[in-house]
Design a protein. Sequence first.
Length: 202
Amino acid sequence: MLIIEGMNHFEYQIRKYKDDMTDEEFLEFCGANDNMLIERDKDRNIIIRPLLVAPVAWLQDELGMEIWSWEKKHNMGISFSSNVGFELKNTAIRMAGANWISTERWRTVPREDYDKFIYVPPDFIAEVVTPTSNLKKLKEKMLEWMGNGVRLAWLVNPYEKTTHIYREDSSVDLVEGFDKTLSGEHVLPGFELELAPLLELP
């Protein structure tokens, strides 16, 4: 099934879609529609997500750059752009607003598989709430990440100024206010993120 989220005001020409695509056909489908944000859920439904509005895109990029800067300093793994797809154990293929994979996990991916979806879970992900987000579904997606090997995850909501922190022990904490600093804890040791600058779109 093809599911188009939050796109009532947009029209897209969708190329090479068919039901029950194989993994190879889905990869080709994503390449043929590279102007879209495309995921697949565990039931193999194809989900086309809306493009990001400027404040969310800027916040997401800033978060990704902060992780990238920490990674360059500590050299403990690798991070990718928000457009990379991760194939989870439950067969879903998901993207995250920001991500990081430890060297230990990344080294299990052979070089000949670099042009496929990444089939090891990131150690850390962050998702950012958008104006069109279905918060219930987004929280379900966070639990899906955690149930498929992610060790630490943040759900950042710039509209309510809250952050939900998900941990591998199944605990979930709510941080209220953007006057706080988030910690990478034992997953990203030494990483700290001040939330307030993320609202300061130039």
